[in-house]
Design a protein around this ligand. Sequence first.
Ligand SMILES: Nc1ncnc2c1ncn2[C@@H]1O[C@H](COP(=O)(O)OP(=O)(O)OP(=O)(O)O)[C@@H](O)[C@H]1O
Ligand SMILES: [Mg+2]
Length: 263
Amino acid sequence: MARIELMGVAKTFATRSGDVQALASVSLDVADAEFVTIVGASGCGKSTLLNLVAGFEPPSSGKVLSDGVPINGPGPDRGVVFQQTSLFPWLTVVENVGFGLKLKANAGKAPVESTVETLLRRTGLLKFRDRHPAELSGGMRQRAAIAAVLAINPSTLLMDEPFGALDALTRSLMQDFLLELWEQDRKTVLLVTHDIDEAIYLADRTVIMTAHPGRVREVIDVDLPRPRTFEMHSDPKFIKIRDHVRDIVREEAAKGAYDETAA
Ligand SMILES: Nc1ncnc2c1ncn2[C@@H]1O[C@H](COP(=O)(O)OP(=O)(O)OP(=O)(O)O)[C@@H](O)[C@H]1O
Ligand SMILES: [Mg+2]
């Protein structure tokens, strides 16, 4: 059974200037422990798709399932990381990372302190445990946000442009950091990015979406060995996939731009 399954999912938003169809008939399976990335032109519905899986929005039609069960709201089985962190600015790093866990622990689970300690160590934040989010670099903030989500031990990580606000070098380091965590935990990951290199470097499969309204245009198997290393960016296989994905994304982006002027 797929960990996450979308079956003929459509999503339409009602706005003051009429209905906006964000997604039209999206079907996609994500297997347990699979790393799937989603690319596509701006406005094609990537965030909408992720929000449906997160349970922040219901689909207009079709089904969104987690472990075969219809998703009808956010749940501890799905942890979400956004581009701008969802850390509480008034809490320190250690308090942020322990926050969700404490709620859960109140229900009689998990030794909070040791779990938080381990996560801070894994994310390289032990030294910064008593700082507030505003006192951290962008990369540290994203690592803290990832630690806070991992603390709840979700089976699936949903990430929407998690490194989108970072400079190129930090971004590249964060990709390796995320892969390292993933190699250890093998959680199911669904990650949205507009960075084609990032999409390929991280993924087992990359989903390319059509321009607005979003559908699945193509799913690419990224047949590169694991663990991934930075040098693979210049591997002929990587370059071939990248050129192909770039061509399709550009083609779709051009269609989207045309549609907008036509509307
Ligand atoms: N809450 C909403 N109400 C109305 N329209 C919405 C809403 N959320 C998204 N849309 C519309 O749905 C379409 C898809 O938006 P979405 O944010 O999913 O795109 P995206 O692929 O994530 O874009 P980007 O790459 O710029 O983040 C857009 O036309 C957007 O205007
Ligand atoms: Mg988006």
